[in-house]
Ligand binder design. Sequence first.
Ligand code: SF4
Ligand code: SF4
Length: 539
Amino acid sequence: MAKIPKPNELVIDHTLPKTGWMDTPVDFRPGTWCYPGKAKNLEVLGLPNPREWSPTDEDWKLPENWKEILLEGLRERLDKFRSLKIFMDICVRCGACADKCHFFIGTGDPKNMPVLRAELLRSVYRNDFTTAGKILGKFAGARELTKDVVKEWFYYFFQCTECRRCSLFCPYGIDTAEITIIGRELLNLVGCNIDWVVGPAANCFMNGNHLGIQPHAFKDMIEFFVDEIEALNGIRIEPTFNRKGAEILFITPSGDVFADPGTYTLMGYLMLFHEIGLDYTWSTYASEGGNFGFFTSHETMKKLNAKMYAEAKRLGVKWILGGECGHMWRVVNQYMDTMNGPADFLEQPVSPITGTRFDNARSTKMVHLVEFTADLIKNGKLKLDPSRNDHQIVTYHDSCNPARGMGFMDEPRYVIENVCNNFYEMPPNTIREQTFCCGSGSGLNTDEFLETRMRGGLPRANAVKYVHDKHGVNMLSTICAIDRAVLTASMDYWVPGVGVTGVHELVANALVMEGETERTTDLRGEPLAGMEDSDNEDV
Ligand code: SF4
Ligand code: SF4
């Protein structure tokens, strides 16, 4: 893990560089770049130019014809994606996006301004694909593609979490996340990717989930949580795995299965499904809702997305229910239909408990658990005791992909307000569409990158600190597995004393289950309000 200064020592340097941006080389300082993709992972995914290398090497061992590959790759994408061509052409450099990026706010590095991040690619586009650029060169903002430009792309396209906050403020709707996605895809063509993206993607390709959990271990972990629940409230849950003919296939990010605090969210899923008698199955093969292929290339994203639907077909379920995940949702709703869909072999999802037909999932056949639960609550199907969350003072972080990407903002709040008595919103310009990124999404949640992660996490943490100081908020809830991991580190660094939870952990705390023994603690074993003096030794 890279060493990182203490929060009060982290300087945000706004000194202007001595040279113009085209003449300022990248400084690969420890803590600010990610380890490159390992050859074995590139080989698993069939990606080009597998080799061992480091960004700090002078020679990146690019293919001999690297320039031709990149320019041809850019030409293909300009032909294929009309949005890219438009984004390359229409920026007026008004600067409205400049201070909206969490990485610019946290680093002060001008190349982290969205306008300049896009310019890294746009300058090459101008040079090779526009008449003005060919004739006027630098005067028209054009520059030649060199190996140093490739290094700059690598550094800054992996300092963008594809969160899209900048696009919200651009009068033309230029989406720098889309430019980053293409930038990463181009880098992929010459074998320049990061291991925290291709490693999980390769694991998913081989084992069905990012963490590389084998089917038996996946099942063992869930059974471990079954035991934990029984110890908590005396109820024995019996989940099924790979069961053909179940009505619903449930898929959640593997982070919920193996990493705290997501594991408590997973216990919440198990308890809720048991209580409503849901006819569902887990799959030990499609055991991942997330899709790190999304952070690599459209092709890899397509491959990883396909397995969820292939498994739904194999098991003969009617539809898919998705756990608390952010980018799974963007992939399913914005890309799945034209990549692998439509999933006509499945049925339009209908809640077996309330009869609600999810028209929004007519094509994808996949429902997000938070909207499913909101519907259960709205129809009075759950017995809830919100006072069981009274030891928590909660706020909510909108994850970029479901919120800004999908408009999925009211359902989580509706659920939280029904299961918690103490809920406070962060300032309006930091939530809902304008939410600040967790700071390490899109495959950047890696320890060697810790300094930039904490810098990128500053705007979100600052808003949490505001409600922590003003209202005593001690719990940050979110519906994304990456956020649960990322924000835990970010809170420990910037706002100690604030925990991180999934929404279904809060639901399960409040859920009054039929036949349960008296609960004295929450899912984490923390005493409920008023139960601080109870003897919890046997619980
Ligand atoms: S998409 Fe997000 S991380 Fe990327 S430039 Fe825009 S605001 Fe910054
Ligand atoms: S807000 Fe839009 S038009 Fe203005 S500089 Fe940023 S990307 Fe360009």
